[in-house]
Design a binder for this molecule. Structure first.
Ligand code: ADP
Length: 629
């Protein structure tokens, strides 16, 4: 026997163990799922090695679970790859799996209950300490000349390691010394079978409980579609993703040309990443002839289709392909192109057959899918599938496609208009959109910065240019009638027109360098003024994004547009006619300019504006008191 040595757990492991031991998590049975899943991974590695090296030692690849009620133990044995002494120390004693570290971090934060955290994360090997007083791991690596090693720990602060003299077959045996009150439950074979069936039915290797083989369904993706029930799909999906809900949709295909593969993919109901691992947690599992080559491969589908979960199995790749060369492999690229096409086809069909269902998909996954604007090869397909809220929708939940917009467009309307804003309410009040509201021209509402990149990349749809409403050519809009007969104020007299020129001159004097230009506007009806961009400039929202990127906090210079029909501007004309130098003109010019800045989100210091408002209110309330006397 080798010498017995004692080692301390790494700090993050102690922390995690502490969490697990003290949690009141009721679903303790998942420890078995974790042990079986580790055993399966170890077997995949052996299978991979055997097939790529072309030698088989004849030891069956399997998992066996035995229970001993008298001893109070449950044992999980696999004939997998095993671990050397070094590997044991590295793998069980430190945290290998990013999810586990994340769990410990979130638990520390204390915002979410431990129960839900443990439920959400795969907690790996350590979850065994939810049920165990002590655990022994006996393992022998396939590595040439490796000695069997035993690892023991009560899961508190340290573990013991010892090299064993007597040989044993390759693989790992984990003996769980159950807590007293859990012995009956977890040594009951019927109960164990039930747990294995529930969580581990799709494991790719036979699992025996006692003498009986429990899992029967393997490689579901290779079975003919018509033989598979919705329940089986759902079960497989849950096994694969740990989602507790059924999948939203299932896509099961078998392709022979230009490359052979089977794929079984799912769209989850919710877009929330259940592991909190962000982009890492995407990708399809790649198998070659049922041998797992890579979990969550990132090249089989583009990143913006990361909501697809599932499995791809091909006959055409060599088994011994290294993960590094996968990326540059031509076959991989062919599979990826075909898969991408299939996902598009599937979504197109959904959108066509059942718009409500497609919208449901969009609400859950649209945010990620939108990044597809960068995929120029699929631009046309993508354009058919993007959705937006719009002025024609009933509420903020409503979604429209570009095709729907075009079908509703006015006769002779060549452009599709859109506007970016923080909310439907804000856009509904935006001065820039007054002319569209007046004429009943639909405007797509964009709420996310990425939407504007989408519009920029698409440029046009079905012969209609995509145009930001604030950049719309007023002459093009001029040909469309207003919805209601407008009560136009009286035309300006020649005298008023020349006063208007003077008023514009005063605005320029007062505002000076703060604006590029002051001019009359034809887009406004309810507002006295608005700010617009100088010709050929970005949209305001794009401008904001660029400013954030360049850390530019200065206020952009814009054009101030004046609505000569607004009563306030008309009053200003009357005041000008009496006294061109009346101080009210300057006060009002500043006030209107700053209010417009405020609406655009550029007013940094509100003090002057508030001071002026108070002054004007004081004056007007005085006049009010006078006139109502
Ligand atoms: P994870 O499986 O998520 O990586 P675990 O804590 O469950 O995290 O396991 C840590 C590591 O220990 C595994 O990645 C694997 O390398 C090793 N391991 C665990 N169980 C076994 C086993 N039955 N056979 C071989 N290696 C194992």
């Amino acid at each position: 026997m080798g010498k017995k040595t004692t080692h301390k757990f790494k700090a993050e492991v102690s922390q995690l163990l502490d969490i697990l031991v003290h949690s009141l998590y009721t679903n303790k049975e998942i420890f078995l799922r974790e042990l079986i899943s580790n055993a399966s991974d170890a077997l995949e590695k052996v299978r991979f090695k055997a097939q790529s090296e072309g030698e088989d030692d004849g030891i069956p690849q399997e998992i066996r679970i035995t229970a001993d009620k008298d001893a109070g133990t449950l044992t999980v044995t696999d004939t997998g790859i095993g671990m050397t002494r070094d590997e044991l120390m590295r793998n069980i004693g430190t945290i290998a799996h990013s999810g586990t570290a994340e769990l410990a971090r979130l638990a520390e934060e204390g915002k979410e209950s431990l129960d839900s955290l443990i439920g959400r994360f795969g907690v790996g090997f350590y979850s065994v300490y939810m049920v165990a007083d002590e655990v022994t791991v006996t393992t022998k690596s396939v590595e040439e000349g490796a000695k069997p090693v035993a690892w023991t720990s009560d899961g508190k602060t340290d573990y013991k390691l010892q090299e064993l003299d007597e040989d044993r077959p390759r693989g790992t045996e984990i003996t769980v010394h159950l807590e007293k009150d859990l012995v009956d439950q977890f040594t009951n074979e019927a109960h164990i079978k039930h747990i294995v069936g529930k969580h581990s039915n799709f494991i790719n290797f036979p699992i025996y409980v006692g003498e009986d083989r429990v899992n029967t369904i393997q490689a579901l993706w290779r079975e003919p579609k018509f033989q598979i029930t919705a329940e089986q799909y759902a079960e497989f999906y849950k096994f694969l993703t740990f989602d507790s809900e059924d999948p939203f949709d299932t896509l099961h295909t078998s392709v022979d040309a230009p490359v052979q593969f089977n794929a079984l993919m799912f769209i989850p109901k919710s877009g929330d990443d259940p592991f909190g691992l962000g982009r890492e947690n995407r990708g399809l599992d790649l198998y070659v002839r049922r041998v797992l080559i890579e979990k969550q491969n990132k090249d089989l589908l583009p990143e913006y289709m990361g909501f697809m979960k599932g499995v791809v199995d091909t006959e055409d790749l060599p088994l011994n392909i290294s993960r590094e060369t996968l990326q540059d492999n031509i076959l991989m690229r062919k599979i990826s192109a075909t898969l991408t096409k299939q996902v598009y086809g599937h979504l197109e069909k959904m959108a066509k057959d059942d718009a409500d269902r497609y919208n449901e998909f969009w609400r859950a996954h649209g945010e990620l899918f939108k990044a597809g604007y960068m995929d120029f090869l699929n631009k046309d397909k993508f354009a058919l599938l993007v959705r937006f809220n719009s002025s024609a929708s009933d509420d903020a939940e409503g979604l429209t496609s570009l095709a729907d917009y075009v079908s509703r467009a006015k006769e002779g309307q060549e452009e599709i208009y859109y506007a970016y804003g923080p909310s439907r309410e804000a856009l509904g009040l935006s001065p820039h959109l007054e002319v569209f509201r007046r004429k009943g021209i639909e405007v797509l509402y964009l709420y996310e910065p990425i939407d504007e990149f989408v519009m920029d990349a698409l440029r046009d749809f079905d012969g209609h240019a995509l145009v930001a409403a604030e950049h719309a050519d007023m002459e093009k809009l001029g040909k469309f009638e207003s919805l209601e007969k407008e009560e136009r104020p009286e035309e300006l007299t020649d005298g008023q027109k020349s006063t208007l020129d003077k008023l514009i001159g005063r605005f320029k004097d007062v505002l000076g360098e703060a604006v590029t230009e002051v001019k009359t506007s034809s887009r406004l009806s309810d507002s006295p003024v608005c700010l617009s961009n100088p010709d050929g400039h970005f949209t305001s929202s794009m401008d904001k994004i660029m400013r954030v990127m360049h850390k530019d906090t200065s206020i952009p210079k814009k054009v101030l547009e004046i609505n000569p029909d607004h009563p306030l501007i008309r009053n200003m004309l009357s005041i000008m006619e009496k006294d061109e130098n009346d101080p009210f003109i300057e006060q009002a010019a500043n006030q209107l300019f700053e209010s417009a800045l405020l609406l655009e989100g550029y007013l940094n210091d509100p003090h002057a504006l508030v001071g002026r408002v108070q002054d004007l209110l004081t004056k007007s309330s005085g006049w009010y008191v006078e006139t109502t006397k």
